[in-house]
Design a protein around this ligand. Structure first.
Ligand SMILES: *Cc1c(COP(=O)(O)O)cnc(C)c1O
Length: 335
């Protein structure tokens, strides 16, 4: 089982007019910092506030006849995508999440009419509940990243980027379970085999990074982070997103909480864009110099905007932010 360009082209027909054609804009400020064109694919403009709608719509479209309900574990954005896609098809949706998921994400899911189960303090606990519901209530699970239809759906982002800018030399992709990075890499490398696809994730609990180092999935401890959407493991029985990331990612880079904070500030103060921590890791890697970029135009995917506004306003105003037992110190922009 794998994901091909043909799967991504098919996904594109399914999501057309609902979850596609997000803006792809140059950032003059970031181009100056990068020394080359630097483009932002604005998936934060999706109707559910994150790219996950692409994969969820494609996965729900491929459900077998007779399915009456779906379930998933989620750090919030996949759940919201699944809730949206299920509602459009008149299906029941039960979204399982941990206590680490921000309130704004939970509210967004409830507003779409889905049922919410908050269980434990990790994605593993949420996944266990989702699996239990499959057996107990006859629901079908949709993995946030380890599912061929989800990966093909996320891959449509790569197609749109390469069609607009076939000259891209590299793409910086926020990385968690790797569904996004795998799909984007399949699409981008099918069009231009020489393009570099670089995954970027936070230092705190970087599961895919640890797995790639070990050569197999490993357990990581989940920790509070500004990049809450990147939390959780990749699944010890990962079948698809791990091997694809292993084969197709040129590099994986880690960024600190302070670098994520700085990137959120830059994106807001310079480009007036509201984005959650997970979605600015590519920008953080570029601005902090943690990644060596090739000689040519670079793009990153601003993956989502779903964060508690109290956190956002503190970050951009330069105040301290507390998330669980984590305190990210405030710093005034430009100071
Ligand atoms: C899910 C998510 C990611 C990471 O996607 P994966 O496919 O799990 O690697 C990045 N940013 C945001 C906002 C997300 O919701």
């Amino acid at each position: 089982m794998t994901v091909t360009l043909a799967d991504i082209l098919a996904a594109r027909r399914i999501i057309r007019g609902v979850a596609d054609a997000t803006p792809f804009v140059p950032s003059p400020f970031m181009a100056k910092a990068a020394g080359h064109d630097f483009l932002l694919k604005l998936e934060n403009m999706q109707p559910v506030g994150a790219f996950k709608l692409r994969g969820a719509l494609n996965a729900v479209a491929h459900l077998p006849e007779g399915v009456t309900g779906v379930t998933c574990c989620s750090t919030g954005n996949h759940g919201r995508g699944v809730a949206f896609a299920a509602k459009a098809r008149g299906l029941r949706a039960v979204i399982c999440m941990s206590e680490l998921v921000p309130e704004a994400k939970v509210a967004g899911i409830r507003a779409l009419g889905a049922e919410v189960r908050i269980v434990g303090r990790s994605q593993d606990a949420a996944l266990a509940e989702s699996r239990r519901l499959c057996v107990a209530e006859g629901l079908v699970e949709i993995s946030p990243f380890d599912d061929p239809h989800v990966i093909a759906g996320q891959g449509t982002i790569g197609l749109e980027m390469l069609e607009a800018r076939p000259d891209l030399a590299a793409i910086l992709v926020p990385l968690s379970g790797g569904g996004l990075a795998a799909g984007v890499a399949v699409a981008a490398k099918a069009v231009n085999p020489g393009i570099r696809v670089i995954g970027v994730t936070m230092e705190r609990g970087a599961a895919m990074h640890a797995a790639l180092r070990a050569g197999h999935p490993v357990e990581v401890t989940e920790e509070p982070s500004l990049a809450d959407s990147l939390g959780g493991g990749i699944g010890m029985e990962n079948r698809l997103s791990f091997p694809l990331c292993q084969a197709l990612l040129d590099e994986v880079v880690l960024v600190s909480e302070e670098e994520i904070r700085d990137a959120m500030q830059v994106l807001y103060h310079e480009d007036r864009i509201v984005a959650e921590g997970a979605s600015v890791t590519g920008i953080a890697a570029m601005l902090s110099g943690r990644v060596t970029l090739p000689d040519g135009p670079v793009a990153t995917i601003v993956t989502g905007r779903n964060l508690d506004m109290s956190v956002f306003t503190k970050v951009v105003a330069g105040e301290d932010v507390r998330i669980g037992d984590l305190v990210v110190r405030g710093k005034r922009y430009g100071a």
